[in-house]
Design a protein around this ligand. Structure first.
Ligand SMILES: N[C@@H](CCC(=O)N[C@@H](CSC(=S)NCCc1ccccc1)C(=O)NCC(=O)O)C(=O)O
Length: 208
């Protein structure tokens, strides 16, 4: 039986990075897909600590908060740096990715028609921060010399932004190389090519 279970809506959404990390780490997982209709009945919502999905189960451990899933898997699978200093930097960059993801989700769900063009125009001001980090750290990862959960998080949010704006990395060579390198990792490539990945919309409102 797969040790991990994701309970979420039929979207990539806030589980995109977790699924890519699980795939790259050679892990299997079960998906419990919740329809919006069932969710609105409220029974499952009452059982969620913060009244929201996704939910992540690791054996008897039940977690909520998507970034918590990434940190937990980072600890379990050696993707959280080699010491406390690297771990702190990984946390910092993942928090920075979360800031970008939050801006993206706000535009997608609340301002798509009126704010998409301005969001894309302002995007370089946010992406350049991650470009500078990757240009400085010659390993090809955000921190240290091996992949961390923050790399998966950044990678996934960049994939989503490449759908929104296919040219958004054209003037950012370190980020372009980062995406190309992670996309070529055999287990990530296999997952991104899979129907399980491709069948899910990025967001719950059909916007991307
Ligand atoms: N900080 C949390 C945020 C969890 C969250 O926002 N969950 C959303 C779904 S994830 C997401 S990207 N929400 C954006 C809008 C959306 C709503 C419902 C389904 C799909 C998307 C949710 O459960 N909405 C339903 C509700 O609150 O009753 C996390 O990172 O997991």
């Amino acid at each position: 039986m797969a040790p991990y279970t994701i309970t979420y809506f039929a979207v990539r959404g806030r589980c995109g990075a977790t699924r890519i990390m699980l795939a790259d780490q050679g892990q299997e997982w079960k998906e419990i897909v919740v329809s919006f209709e069932d969710w609105m009945k409220g029974d499952l919502k009452k059982t969620c600590v913060f009244g929201q999905l996704p939910k992540f189960e690791d054996g008897g451990l039940t977690l909520f908060q998507s970034n918590t899933f990434l940190r937990h898997l980072g600890r379990k699978h050696g993707a959280y740096g080699k010491n406390d200093c690297e771990a702190a930097q990984i946390d910092m960059f993942n928090d920075g990715v979360e800031d970008l993801r939050t801006k993206y989700l706000k535009m997608i769900y609340q301002e798509y028609e009126t704010g998409k063009d301005a969001y894309i125009k302002d995007l370089p001001n946010h992406l350049c921060k991650f470009e500078a980090v990757l240009a400085k750290n010659k390993s090809g990862f955000l921190v240290g010399d091996s992949i961390s959960f923050a790399d998966y998080s950044l990678f996934e949010v960049l994939l989503n932004h490449l759908v929104l704006s296919p040219t958004c990395l054209d003037s950012l060579p370190a980020l372009k190389s980062f995406v190309d390198t992670l996309s070529a990792r055999p287990k990530i490539k296999a997952f991104l090519d899979s129907e399980d990945y491709k069948k899910l919309p990025i967001n719950g409102n059909g916007k991307q």
